[in-house]
Ligand binder design. Sequence first.
Ligand SMILES: [Zn+2]
Length: 173
Amino acid sequence: MKLTFLGAARQVTGSCYLLETGGLRLLIDCGMFQERSFLARNWDSMPVAASSIDYLLLTHAHLDNSGLIPKLVRDGFAKRILSTPASRDLAEVILMDAAHIQEEDAEFKKRRHRRERRKGPHPVAPLYTTCDAQASLKLFKTVQYGDPKRLNEHVTVTFHDAGHILGSATRRC
Ligand SMILES: [Zn+2]
């Protein structure tokens, strides 16, 4: 078993862990970095290929746990996202809203650059779009608390109530 910290280490936000076990690559959370000093990390590419991940396990819907899912999907992740039903419902609201904000931010920046007749150092584009968010919502498969979900012959995952926000879960693999 190998666990790699891809975020929320020496910082609070950007929760993202890669757990390699039983022949599977499991990503636990795919959160947005929200501290001002780490915002640029949202634009970094993931150190593992998105298409090589077998499952994404979402602990809960807060943006710092779910906020980069649409970017992961845009970058090639097309497998299942497992969460509780409440987390899936909340993620729909949060991810669609986040995508909308990303699109508006990019438009606002473009307008400002035009008005000020200047160009930023990087092309202005949203981190991800509402289309990316919609595509990621199609990948959700919900699991109930306490209901073991077999991922392969070696790995079974069970979500347990974490008592954090509605739908939040801790899990045993
Ligand atoms: Zn949280």
